[in-house]
Design a binder for this molecule. Structure first.
Ligand SMILES: [Ca+2]
Length: 159
């Protein structure tokens, strides 16, 4: 009887192998499955390669280039608006340092406008998916606007 108890105890210990400890953004027996982050922090946004004209007209009456600024909308509510940058040609790199926290399950849209006093003009925009599973958590993600702009976001993943 004593031997049977010892045998059962050893068998039980063998069945309870310690769990593998994965980094907090991976799970699974091989630590190869991504864990969706709870929050995404956007730390920088770059806006480049936008159209040089506004439907074949100059962006400005007084000059040529727009004064871009960003809006981010989450679930149809405005959650972020940047300051505008003055007179930025499409070969310029428009860049803003930001601290914007987004939840991956929400619907986000990023848009760029030309600041023009009371009649700001839409330049470009796109759906903003701050996290894409399977990409391996890149620090920089690049999106493309519907008018051909390139939009880069630098992100941090939080759990
Ligand atoms: Ca303007």
């Amino acid at each position: 009887m004593y031997r049977i108890i010892i045998f059962l105890f050893v068998a039980l210990m063998a069945a309870c192998k310690p769990e593998t400890t994965c980094p907090n953004n991976y799970t699974g027996a091989q630590c190869d499955q991504e864990v969706t982050p709870g929050r995404i922090r956007i730390r920088r946004i770059q806006f480049t390669s936008y159209p040089g004209t506004n439907n074949n007209q100059p962006w400005e009456q007084q000059s040529q280039w727009p004064d871009p600024y960003i809006q981010i909308w989450t679930n149809n509510a405005l959650v972020y608006e940047s300051a505008y940058l003055n007179e930025m040609g499409p070969t310029s790199i428009c860049q803003w340092d930001t601290d914007i926290t987004l939840l991956p399950e929400d619907n986000h849209v990023i848009m760029f406008f030309d600041e023009d006093g009371t009649q700001d003009v839409y330049i470009d925009g796109t759906a903003l998916q701050p996290y894409q599973s399977g990409e391996g958590f890149p620090e920089r993600r690049t999106l493309y606007g519907n008018n051909g702009s390139q939009i880069s976001i630098w992100v941090e993943y939080e759990y």
